[in-house]
Design a protein around this ligand. Structure first.
Ligand code: GLU
Length: 625
């Protein structure tokens, strides 16, 4: 049985769309503390009939219910406050883009540690009328003077933390989305107001935020007095349930609301970013900032693939996660039999998905990076024939460990690609743990899904003076292996696992989802997609299932047992996985589910309506009407 444990009770202000402030509620944040949450669950709240369908005393911050079925519109995000911001915008006549931008700014306040104005992101959108997809790439890029001597990155400290800071592109991305795709029914100020109010009036420190503050205190204190401005009570004084007021951030957001993209990138905040970068060993200049505003976001259609009759619309370069998802699904299509007959999260099912994970992660490190700079064999990597060749490595009843002398963690997609083969070094890059993702569907049925990040929690730990947001440390997503495809270069974007995704069935929207979690992102998204498609789970149930992660792309000798990490909720499977040949380990034994394995927010179009699901591994919540 699930036990409901109240964690926090506080009072706070709510500001509605017209700027009216009311002291509304006693917020009860609660979490389920048992495996009771892992089973099938009926959808939580349901909306419809023109109102939010939940009654006057509906507490949108109640995390004992994560999901929501909306008949008209739905928002899911890693914070109930951010989800509410998006819902308010939808109900005030905004479209999915307006709402997504509102959520984006709001989550930059609620999860100031995970994403924000000092970072970047990726957006996939689907227009239900035209059937067209859009990919907006506002991922950060390396400044012109980026350090290319890898040994310098080993000496990382407070003094040179900005050596890892890429040029922030978040504001260019969001304001362009609004300008080009917004409904025009609401002003930029209205769309940003929920975020501004959250920063000015304060947000409740959630369990996850409090944990991350505790884990990152040393890094945050790099910044000394600037950070004390951000956290008015001082960092040590912030515990879950406290109110976090971010006055500087509120002012910065107000500045964004009243200035153009160009003004932002040439004005006083850009100047502060440049000063912070240069004071802490970075190289960002005003020219780099201008370059960002003139060249970002980059726009294209989504990267596409298919899986047993479903269309996958996912993130293109510099995302590698999107390419990996298509490759993994292509491999699984070659499975000779009914995947669901293996049994959900049975040892053999895990062996199957762990094998395709390993094969795709190996290809990622060898072949995937920013396609504007390097020659990625994308046709081969996303093709069915290459996947069939790769899938020959799978053996039922036996872990794939590399099958003999000379067996490599990557395949050779060039015969399926056309063009000349390139010889890049195999170059693993680091794993990270931050980021956030959210999705929106509006009344017209249009879908917007965004994943955004400052890379590690609290980025590089540096706040431009008086600005209230953290600068990213995205340079760390390059590979520090000399000659690798993802090697650092001026203006290049570091490869990203982020992969907001939309899935269609019979040409109609089926689901949308994304995840944070660094290198675990493709593994997490794959598992949730399979839970829906192969095991017919509703959105929330699909998210709730425990997950595994099998990376293992090192060039360790063939035959070495491969590390597979599993959530505590799966610990009973350890003996079976070890018997298959894996070096199986429980990642964290004090939480049944752990945010290390991602934080999936998603929406599935189900019979009852748009079913928004939110990950209990983070502070996620879906809200709709
Ligand atoms: N910076 C990472 C990426 O773009 C994401 C970090 C995370 O999700 O934790 O892949």
């Amino acid at each position: 049985m699930a036990a409901l444990i109240p964690v926090v009770t506080v009072r706070l202000w709510h500001t509605d769309m017209l700027g009216r402030k009311t002291k509304i509620l006693s917020v009860l944040l609660a979490i389920f503390m048992s495996v009771g949450m892992l089973g099938a669950c009926a959808p939580g709240n349901t909306g419809g009939n023109g109102d939010d369908g939940t009654g006057d005393d509906f507490d949108y911050t109640d995390l004992s219910v994560r999901d929501f079925v909306g008949r008209k519109g739905i928002v899911t995000a890693a914070s109930p406050y951010a989800a509410k911001a998006g819902l308010d915008i939808l109900q005030a006549g905004g479209n999915a883009f307006d709402a997504a931008v509102a959520v984006s700014f709001a989550i930059s306040v609620a999860e100031v540690d995970a994403s924000g104005l000092g970072g970047g992101g990726l957006m996939i959108a689907y227009n239900v009328n035209t059937g067209q997809s859009l990919f907006y790439n506002f991922r950060e890029f390396a400044p012109a003077g980026v350090e290319t001597d890898y040994s310098e990155y080993e000496k990382i400290s407070a003094d040179n933390a900005c050596i890892e800071t890429a040029v922030p592109t978040q504001v260019a991305g969001l304001l362009t989305i609004l300008e080009e795709q917004g409904s025009g029914n609401l002003t930029k100020q209205q769309i940003m107001q929920p975020a501004i109010d959250m920063a000015a009036d304060g947000i409740v420190v959630t369990p996850e935020l409090s944990l991350n503050i505790k884990d990152s205190t040393a890094k945050i204190l790099y910044n000394g007095t600037d950070v004390w401005n951000v956290y008015s009570d001082g960092i040590e004084g912030l515990y879950e349930g406290d109110i976090l007021v971010q006055t500087d951030l509120a002012e910065t957001l107000e500045y964004v609301a009243t200035h153009t993209v160009e003004e932002f990138y040439t004005g006083e905040i850009a100047q502060k970013i440049v000063e912070a970068s240069q004071a802490h060993g970075g190289s960002i200049t005003m020219e780099d900032m201008k370059y960002a505003s003139e060249n970002y976001p980059k726009k294209s259609e989504a990267l596409t693939g298919t899986y047993n009759g479903y269309d996958i619309l996912t993130s293109a370069s510099p995302s590698t996660g999107g390419t990996m998802l298509i490759e993994m699904l292509n491999m699984l299509e070659c499975y000779d039999g009914d995947i669901s007959a293996l049994g959900h999260n049975s040892a053999e099912y895990i062996n199957l998905i762990a094998t395709v994970m390993q094969l795709a992660y190996g290809d990622k490190e060898k072949y995937m990076a920013d396609t504007s700079f390097v020659d990625v064999p994308l046709v081969g990597l996303t093709g069915k024939e290459y996947a069939a060749e790769r899938f020959e490595k799978y053996t039922a009843g036996k872990a794939y460990l590399g099958t003999g002398e000379g067996d490599l963690p990557y395949g050779n997609p060039y015969p399926y690609n056309g063009g000349a083969a390139q010889d890049y070094a195999y170059g693993p890059s680091g794993e990270h743990t931050s980021t956030t993702t959210f999705s929106v569907i509006d009344e017209a049925g249009n879908i917007v899904t965004i994943t955004q990040t400052i890379n590690n929690f609290f980025g590089c730990g540096i706040v431009p003076e008086g600005c209230g947001f953290f600068l990213n440390n995205e340079i760390r997503d390059f590979s520090y292996t000399e000659g690798s495809i993802n090697e650092v270069a001026p203006y290049k974007q570091p490869a990203s696992y982020m992969m907001p995704t939309v899935i269609l069935k019979d040409g109609k929207p089926y689901a949308t989802l994304g995840s944070p979690g660094g290198s675990r992102i493709p593994a997490a998204v794959l598992q949730v997609v399979l839970n829906m498609i192969e095991f017919d789970m509703d959105m929330q149930t699909a998210i709730n299932q425990p997950r595994v992660y099998c990376y293992t792309t090192t060039d360790e000798p063939p035959g070495t047992a491969k590390l597979i990490e599993i959530e505590n909720a799966l610990k009973e499977l350890l003996p079976e996985l070890i018997a298959l040949g894996y070096d199986a380990r429980v990642y964290s034994d004090n939480r049944e589910l752990d945010s290390y394995f991602g934080g999936v927010q998603g929406i599935r179009v189900e019979e009852e309506g748009y079913h928004g699901g939110a990950d209990p591994r983070r502070d996620g919540k879906a809200l709709g009407y």
